[in-house]
Design a protein around this ligand. Structure first.
Ligand code: SF4
Length: 383
């Protein structure tokens, strides 16, 4: 199969997120889903969820699917959904919450059903910070237990960290802790995904960092990307790509041994010095990404609450390929303000979710970027 190119983003997403439930035993301060203890009444039935999975597999190129929540382990049929997705030829990732449901046996069952990667949240380098973030004493210890289980089961792990004013000065400590969690072979931590807060849902209760602080955080992440045995990527901060390019690096290269080749769904490589990694540049909300909520509402991303359709009434493929919101997001020339004039708009484009949360317009400029437009006039834009 030919390599994925950014032109493919016009016809199919690379990452498809399905929020299988809003139910979750935790009460995290920055929860996008504003999760609740019990499942919502309008959660999709098993039959409808299976049909949704079949439609995901019908895109011209099959996206990777991530079953998220809430806590996906709260759904009694989660292993059936995983098996069905695998039968449809989809690569499957799962983001279980650190609750008593995430036992070794449950993770082993997920692996047996065909899960290829786990996304596990870690927001602090110790119990004090992490548990305060998660609102649940014992969450830090449970998180480590899940990572150790994944190592034993040889399941690759992506650590997801939310950066806010509360923990952005702890990045070095977090990186050291995560490095200590890396395993051997194909299990354990492969990737560190650093998420920058979007003020939606319970995220409104936390404070996002200042634009200038992003650059400091990017510098620290770039340092760890080059020196630690895991890859680093950002979520809802595509301007990290601009930062890496300006350092003379290539955000697509994974320059260390033991990095993943295809995001969280990849297999650990044995050590070529440079591996071309992950997605092409430019993946962002609605452009390479699609999200469906627990009740079938279709969105360009989990943090961009602009409803574009309703499954099963609307076809996922039609919405992705034809809905005016998706079409607008797929062309960076539509972006307004600084992002619309920026020479990095095709590889970065800013967070469309944050633009919407702050300005009420998903095409507006990224509010948390202080790049001086035109500084890199010679940068060759990829269209
Ligand atoms: S101005 Fe927008 S497109 Fe340019 S680097 Fe900043 S966020 Fe990215």
């Amino acid at each position: 199969m030919s390599p994925y190119s950014s032109a493919d983003f016009n016809i199919n997403p690379l990452m498809f997120y399905y929020e299988v439930t809003q139910a979750c035993g935790l009460v995290c301060k920055h929860c996008r889903a504003s999760a609740q203890e019990q499942p919502a009444d309008d959660e999709l039935s098993t039959d409808t969820a299976l049909k949704l999975i079949e439609q995901v597999a019908s895109f011209p190129r099959k996206p990777n699917i991530c079953f998220t929540g809430g806590d996906p382990l709260k759904r009694a049929d989660i292993f059936t959904l995983i098996e069905h997705a695998v039968k449809q030829g989809l690569s499957v990732a799962l983001t279980p919450s650190a609750t008593p449901l995430a036992t070794y046996e449950a993770l082993a069952k997920a692996k047996e059903a065909g899960v290829q990667a786990l996304g596990i949240s870690l927001d602090g380098p110790d119990a004090e910070v992490h548990d305060a973030f998660r609102g649940f004493a014992g969450s830090f210890a449970k998180t480590r237990e899940m990572i150790e289980a994944a190592k034993k089961l040889q399941i690759p792990v992506q650590i997801n960290t939310s950066i806010t004013q509360r923990n952005f000065n702890l990045i070095d400590d977090l990186a050291e802790y995560i490095a200590a969690c890396c395993g051997e072979g194909s299990g354990g931590v492969m990737m560190w995904s650093v998420f920058f807060l979007i003020p939606v849902g319970r995220g409104l209760e936390e404070k996002r960092i200042r634009a200038a602080d992003y650059e400091t955080v990017f510098e620290t992440l770039w340092h760890h990307a080059q020196t630690k045995p895991f890859a680093v990527k950002t979520t809802e901060a595509p301007h990290y790509r601009r930062f890496v390019l300006r350092q003379g690096g290539n955000p697509l290269d994974v320059p260390r041994p033991f990095r993943t080749q295809t995001d969280v769904l990849g297999k650990r490589q044995n050590p070529p010095e440079k591996i071309r990694s992950r997605a092409p540049l430019g993946i962002t909300d609605g452009r390479g990404i699609m999200f469906v909520s627990h009740n079938g509402t279709i969105y360009p991303a989990g943090f961009l609450p602009v409803a574009c359709g309703q499954f099963p009434k609307d076809s996922l493929v039609d919405v992705y390929q034809r809905h005016p919101v998706f079409k607008a997001l797929q062309n960076p020339d539509n972006f307004k303000g600084r992002c619309g004039r920026c020479e990095y708009r095709y590889v970065c484009g800013g967070s469309r979710s944050r633009a919407y949360a702050v300005f009420g317009d998903y095409l507006e400029s990224e509010p948390d970027c202080n790049y001086v437009i035109g500084q890199d006039k010679l940068y060759k834009m990829e269209s």
